[in-house]
Design a protein around this ligand. Structure first.
Ligand SMILES: [Zn+2]
Length: 110
């Protein structure tokens, strides 16, 4: 049994998008992204873990856990949203609220 190689002819069917970044800007975006994105992802995961600990507390009968961990988890997961509204994830320039694409570097906001 072997899988036939079709050579990616279907990829061409997708409409080519107009590039919004210069090569240099794109490199800068890639260089800047991981730091902030890692932090945002870590905070979101951390928030989910804290809420999970709180729920675990309800299940196991430790009613102090949900009181402490669920609000903490919600707070931690809300923080990246604040970061996202305030600054561009790529170039860290200030953004208007609900601005989906940075006006300065053109990076889409998570
Ligand atoms: Zn930007």
């Amino acid at each position: 049994m072997s899988v036939s190689t079709e050579g990616g002819t279907h990829v061409v069917a997708r409409k080519a998008k107009k590039p919004r970044l210069t090569f240099k800007q794109e490199i800068q975006t890639i260089q800047n992204l991981p730091k902030l994105q890692r932090l945002i992802v870590a905070m979101k995961v951390g928030g989910v873990v804290l809420v999970a600990i709180g729920i675990e507390g309800i299940v196991s009968g430790n009613f102090l856990w949900p009181v402490v961990f669920i609000p903490a988890g919600i707070f931690v997961s809300m923080l990246p949203i604040k970061v996202r509204i305030d600054r561009c994830i790529a170039c860290a320039s200030p953004l208007a609220p609900n601005q989906a694409i940075c006006a300065i570097c053109g990076a889409p906001q998570m």
